[in-house]
Design a binder for this molecule. Sequence first.
Ligand SMILES: *Cc1c(COP(=O)(O)O)cnc(C)c1O
Length: 405
Amino acid sequence: MIKNDDIRAQFPALDQLVHGQSLVYLDSGASALKPQCVIDALSQHYSKETANVHRGIHYLSAQGTQKYEASRKAAQSFINAPHEHEVIFTSGTTDGINLVAYSWSEVFLKEGDEILISTMEHHSNIVPWQIAAERKGAKIVEIPVTDKGEIDPSVYEGLLKSGNVKMVAMTHISNTLGTINPIKEFAKMAHEAGAHFLVDAAQSVAHTRLDVEKLDVDFLVFGAHKMFGPTGVGILWGREELLNQMPPYRSGGAMIKEVTLEKTTYNDLPEKFEAGTPHIAGVNCLKSAIDFMNSVGYDFIAQHESELLSYAETELRKIEGLRIIGEADNKASVISFVIEGTHPHDLGMILDEQGVAIRTGHHCTQPLMKRFNVPATARASFSLYNNKEDVDRLVSALKKAKELL
Ligand SMILES: *Cc1c(COP(=O)(O)O)cnc(C)c1O
């Protein structure tokens, strides 16, 4: 079995001092650090492999195209997608949701229809749907969360009964609470009510295996940067029969079959949704990130992160006045908290001075802040390269912050 120390050694960012102290990186929920293999792949691309794809017949272009499509194939098997052409390269989670919200709603959404989104959604899974609803005269309906930070299945079931729900858009793992939603069950319920289901897998991709056949959803989106890959590239997976009915989202080069000044016919999947020169370097390095994840394996990740989560929660609860926000039964290694009498922003600053990187603020989930009646939280998110010493450094830094504030 792979060891945590061997993993840490692959992340050069961990080998540095911040404000004179060794870095403790607890902000992987915002963006994960990159392993050496991804850094090398990016460097190799720009050093030796630069060329555009799908165009030239020269050596570098052909090689680049081959790598680009190999990345698609790797992504297909990574999420167990039935077809390669169902895998669309985007610029990230936000871009993927915007594509679906715009293009899907053109075909499937009409006046009086409803879109269900939960209170724990990231702004990226709220705003695009609001814009689509406004354009079509449809309605956004909120799925509330309980005090523990979960979705009550019976409340969700009740909302589906209106008979007007056409889409449920839900996060797999809450980036703020760490709640893991039972996507398979919830998608089944949506389908029984005649609705489609989109899952925001931005957080979950780094923690849990994504299997679109098993989850039985209609759309799944994530970005590469939270799974140890480059920024600016992401995956949208959608069911072939839906994607085929949806109009292009952006238009231009590569997404066409034939253009005259009077009329254009569109390319087939996946090119229909990939207008313009894509982020070739990013896509090609995405494969290295997938290879890295496969080499570590989700079994290690699950075991290691659940140990860290329970150790961290136990230690944090010992700090007087500290309240954890988000206590779902099924939780990923993300801990939001507030400390009585302190502002999260001040905590973050004092932790930073001690080399401990955490996130503070609303985490792009303002409706959730309102739900829990806090302006902001501090959030520590743990990844496969973190260890127990990181937890200890967090706890002692928080104790120091409490003394100072
Ligand atoms: C990070 C995140 C997003 C947005 O991802 P981008 O990389 O900013 O596009 C959406 N949803 C969740 C749950 C996230 O954690």
